[in-house]
Design a protein around this ligand. Structure first.
Ligand code: SF4
Length: 435
């Protein structure tokens, strides 16, 4: 710390998007973040808005209460529930996610993450046909062809290209100039302007275009003059470029998972990449949006065996997307209480699901300054992992990144609140058995 009370921290990780960049330099003064470098359009406003907070804030029905009272009320509410739901988790961290699974096991809840409204079709597809994976570092160090399909990283992941495509790699010392970048999407974007080749496809034609390229890669003739609005020659050139590259990487985003039949689209891309491995090394990765949604998948997988939409009601985990997915459960009024670990995914739920969420009692854990879209019966303001608490976030390639504490705060972390609720529920049950 210098004489003015300013301190600079290096190699800080950011959890604003799935890149989880761990090379940030933060300047801290008077308990606030006052400088962020290098710049990022998403990270800067979020980090500059973070400050120390020593005022724990809990409320019941909008009235401020002590943390003990809020925990007691949340435990009582969940004990009475016959069919509770736990949802969110992508803004949390490994300790919070693990405690959420423990709570689900304790109360027999369905547990689901924001992945169910984002990359769920990708998870279903990769469970069906497999996935050729790698780390992002491997892509930076080896790739000479990068394809973004249905993704606009310049906007959704502002430093993705800078860190993994533009940067020189061990076997690609020329960096961006040594890589060919292709963007495939239904319209031009900031990212397509940075690409060497932009291929515009007709909305809803992803599967047809991918299947045509897959046929070309397998040596089948393509009779049509165009597929999905893409001329035959363009498809032939792309298939040839994919086969001829030394190391290719395909990144796909929500554009691919929200058009046509999403899991079939993703399955087609995964199978194309599998076929390409007969010619060269080719990998495929999802562009995960929220900071630790990959961590939520990972923690649920290692704790229950399944990545999302898990029901613990029969004391053993059951997995069934659609049946145990938060949006569907809420639309069908099949839950009577909810625990929201972060409310960042609520706006993606349907109107009917959100309306039912507003009807049932809920326990909300949110960071300071977040305006929850539903009022919540019991509300806890929690510390931010990577700002006020250490933790672990999983990057979009499932690489665990350690999170450091950079600001002081007496706010409780997600796992502390959830563990207190679990302890209180267990004590309530013991008392009920004794009496
Ligand atoms: S690209 Fe994403 S993780 Fe990296 S600094 Fe920007 S918002 Fe944070």
């Amino acid at each position: 710390m210098n004489k003015t009370g300013t301190v600079t921290l290096e190699n800080v990780a950011c959890t604003m998007c799935g890149c989880v960049c761990d090379d940030l330099k933060l300047t801290i003064a008077d308990g606030c973040v006052v400088g962020v470098s290098p710049g990022c359009a998403l990270a800067e406003p979020w980090l500059l808005g973070q400050s120390s907070s020593d005022r724990p804030s809990c409320s019941i029905g909008g009235q401020s209460v002590s943390q003990d009272k809020a925990v007691e009320h949340a435990a009582s509410l969940l004990t009475k529930s016959a069919s509770p739901l736990i949802y969110g988790l992508s803004g949390s961290s490994t300790p919070g996610q693990r405690s959420a699974v423990h709570l689900a096991d304790t109360i027999g809840a369905c547990i689901d993450t924001t992945a169910s409204t984002c990359h769920a079709p990708s998870i279903v597809a990769l469970q069906s046909v497999g996935e050729s994976t790698c780390s992002l570092g491997e892509i930076r160090n080896r790739s000479d062809l990068v394809i973004y399909w249905g993704s606009n990283p310049s906007k959704s992941h502002p430093r993705h290209m800078e860190r993994f495509v533009d940067a020189p790699g061990q076997h690609v010392p020329g960096g961006r100039s040594a890589r060919h970048v292709v963007v495939v999407d239904v319209k031009a974007s900031e990212s397509s302007q940075r690409a060497d080749t932009f291929i515009q496809i007709e909305p809803g034609s992803d599967f047809e275009v991918l299947w045509a390229i897959r046929g070309l890669v397998r040596g089948l003739p393509l009779d049509a003059s165009a597929v999905g609005g893409v001329p035959r020659k363009t498809l032939v050139d792309l298939a040839e470029r994919m086969k001829q590259c030394r190391y290719g990487a395909a990144f796909f985003g929500l554009g691919l998972t929200r058009r046509g039949i999403p899991h079939v689209n993703v399955g087609a891309l995964l199978q194309l990449v599998t076929d390409l491995n007969r010619h060269t090394r080719f990998v495929v990765r999802r562009m995960r949006i929220p900071g630790d949604v990959a961590g939520a998948d990972s923690v649920l997988c290692w704790q229950t065996g399944y990545p999302f939409s898990v029901n613990m009601n029969r004391t053993y985990p059951r997995y069934n997307p659609g049946e145990f997915t938060a949006n569907d459960l809420l639309e069908r009024h099949e839950v009577d209480a909810a625990v929201l670990v972060g409310t960042e995914g609520i706006e993606k739920l349907s109107d009917a699901a959100r309306a039912w969420l507003g009807e049932i009692p809920s326990v909300i854990l949110d960071h300071a300054g977040v305006d929850s879209p539903v009022p919540g019966t019991v509300h806890f303001t929690t510390a931010v992992y990577g700002i006020h608490r250490p933790g672990t976030a999983y990057r979009m390639d499932e690489t665990p990144i350690p999170l450091r504490k950079v600001l002081d705060s007496e706010l409780p972390a997600d796992h502390e609140v959830l563990n207190s609720i679990i302890s209180r529920i267990c004590r309530m049950r013991e008392t009920a058995v004794r009496t």
